[in-house]
Structures are given as C-alpha cells and as structure tokens.
Ligand binder design. Structure first.
Ligand SMILES: [Zn+2]
Length: 367
C-alpha cells in the first residue's frame, strides 16, 4: 500500500494533499476566536513563471493576488513578539514568513511594501555574505530590516539539526550573534528561528529555546498566540489559490478534536491523544499524514491496528505503524491525525504532530 501511494505521479500526490487539506479545512465548525488560531504562511522562492519542477516556488503574480486578497479582506501582518507582548493585536492577524534568504524574495518584499504588509525573513547565516549570487547579501538583509521587515535565523548552514550536532551548536551559538552584529540598530532583538527543513525533536527544540523565543516548524496549522513552537502552512505554486484562501479564512473555525497528551515534537514510540469531542467511535478512522522527505507533499496511511482507544484516550503505537507503513530509508517523519467521514477528512491533531526517527545511513536525505 505504501509503495502504491508513493509511486503515484507527483500531481496525484498534490491532488491528495489538496483533498486532505481542503477537506480538513472546510469541515470544521466554529469554536475558537481568531486570536488563538493565527494563520502563518511560509514561502520559499518566487519566479515569473510557475516552475513545475520545484515544489517550493510560486509566482510573483500569485503572490500579488494573495497580498491584494489579504488587504481587501482586512488582514494585517504582524510578528509573534507583538502578539505575545500585547503590543499589537490586529483584528485579523496573519504572519508572513519566508525561508532560505533567496534573492527572489526581495521583489515579494516590494509587493508587500506596496500593500503595507511586513514579512519575517529567515536567513541562513553561512550563506549571507557581502556578495552572493542566490542568497541575500548582507546589505539586502539590511534593506529588508530598514523597511520594517523582520529577520530571523534559519539554522546556520541549513543542515538538519536533528542529525548534525555541528549544525545544532552553530545555530545555537552563532546564528543569533551573526544577525545581531549584522543588523545592529536596524532591528531590536533576534528572537525568531526556523528549523532547517522543519526538522526538530524535543532535544533541538529545548536547546534552541535558550536563544530564541519563537521556533517555527512546517507543521501545518495555526499559531495559538502563545506557544513557542509555531506551525506554518507551506505554500507553493502547486497549490490552488483557493487553498490559500481556505487556510486563511477557516482559521476561525479551527479546533482540534484531540489534544496531544505528549507535547508537539515529542519523540516517543507511543503517542497518546485525549479526545475532546463526542465523535462516535465507529465514525473515526484515523490516518497519519506526513510530508514526503522533501517536506512538500503529503501521503496518508490508515493507522489500523496501531491505534487503540481506551476511554477518552487514543493510543498510537508509532513504532509499529512506522515499520509497517514507511520506507526504511525515511528518517524524518511528521504526521497529523485526521478523521475521515465519507469523503471528508478533518484534522484531529493540532497541526502535524512530529515524529523523527533516525535510521542508519540516512544522512543523505538531508544533504
Ligand atoms: Zn530552508
């Protein structure tokens, strides 16, 4: 079953992703207020034409359409620090983030400037030099900060911190001083950090909290306004614009029906979730949903016998599930729990729960 799902052509995976996510987003009922379900968008690269070979690229044209949409629908961009310190609490907040410090994002910044939006740019210190071909130069980073955009760190050399002790150490000890020196008076504090590839576990998350206030994942979901770990919706030109709008507009309705007993990012063979809703047990079929190794597309697997229900707690034997469903070379897995009712799929976990397992000889995945 796994092999079959994974051998689908890419567009089939995309259709699956859209089905899953749109289904999930359109099925939820209003419960939470916007303030505890803040949409966080994550962009990577931009081009004039949609590049079908790259799942992380979107076009400037679509980015401008989105920016117009945000503007016309009363959204205001903000930064987590403003929300947490109660400096600013827009009625319809949105957090716009950009990973990898790619030069193509400069034009996106100009588009945001025209509509009064501010972005949070995660740069890779080791690639930020005086003169560069693809990444921001130091003066381009300053240009962004001068215009009111914020700068955060995205690892140090953009290696998986779960696998590389060197990357973890340099991210922790060098990325913030690098940015502080570079930014000087142009930005007060450097408190945002995005995990390279979105890979993290308990240990890396705990370590990075020593230096940064906010840690950004690519676990789809909304930010509750207080958590250190901030989920983000990964966007690309492969997603229909409707997907963007659904994600943005449905945030008011977002409410997970299951609360993790172990916290997001926990590494354990067994995951426990407490039910917070009265969904009849026979209506629940749980699937795990995880991004592929590039972190950009999703596959789903029924939990089957790996799932047991005891009173209001669901217990998932992840070890068995992973052995059964995932290719052995896969070493980093994030997953969400969803419920399927007919054609509809609803997220039950708060964004993707995270599970990372390292297999021998898997380093190549991260290069
Ligand atoms: Zn990255």
């Amino acid at each position: 079953m796994l092999a079959k799902e994974e051998s689908h052509p890419r567009y089939r995976s995309l259709v699956l992703t859209l089905m899953l996510l749109l289904g999930a987003l359109s099925f939820l009922h209003a419960r939470s207020s916007a303030s505890d379900a803040i949409p966080v968008l994550c962009f990577h690269y931009f081009s004039n034409k949609a590049d079908s070979a790259d799942n992380l690229t979107d076009t400037y044209e679509r980015f401008e359409i989105l920016t117009q949409y945000l503007s016309q629908n009363g959204y205001e961009s903000c930064f987590p620090a403003e929300i947490q310190q109660h400096d600013r609490r827009p009625e319809k907040p949105v957090i716009l983030t950009f990973d990898d410090g790619d030069k193509s994002q400069l034009r996106a910044a100009r588009i945001m400037d025209r509509y009064g939006f501010k972005g949070l740019f995660f740069i890779i210190p080791a690639r930020t030099r005086d003169s560069t071909e693809k990444s921001f130069t130091k003066s381009e980073v300053l240009w962004l900060a001068e215009r009111g955009h914020r700068i955060g760190a995205h690892g140090y050399e953009h290696q998986s911190m779960v696998d590389s002790v060197r990357e973890l150490k340099r991210s922790l000890n060098e990325s913030q001083p690098f940015l502080k020196t570079l930014l000087g008076e142009k930005q007060k504090g450097v408190e945002d950090f995005a995990f390279p590839f979105g890979y993290y576990d308990d240990r890396t998350a705990e370590k990075m909290q020593q230096a940064f206030k906010f840690l950004y994942t690519v676990n789809p979901g909304y930010w509750d306004g207080t958590s250190v770990l901030i989920p983000r919706m990964l966007l690309s030109g492969r997603k229909d614009m409707e997907f963007y709008y659904h994600y943005l507009e449905r945030s008011d309705d977002y409410r997970p029906a299951l609360a993790p007993v172990t916290r997001d990012g926990a590494k354990s063979d067994v995951v426990k979730l407490r039910r917070t809703d009265n969904i009849p047990a026979d209506k629940i079929r749980l699937f795990s949903v995880s991004p592929d190794t590039s972190g950009t597309m999703y596959v789903s697997h029924p939990l089957g016998s790996s799932l047991q229900a005891r009173d209001d707690t669901l217990i998932i034997d992840l070890k068995t599930h992973l052995e059964r469903c995932y290719a052995p070379q896969r070493s980093a897995i994030s997953y969400a729990l969803v419920q399927r009712t007919g054609d509809r799929i609803e997220y039950l976990s708060n964004g993707l729960l995270n599970w990372i397992e390292k297999e021998p000889g898997s380093e190549a995945l991260y290069k």
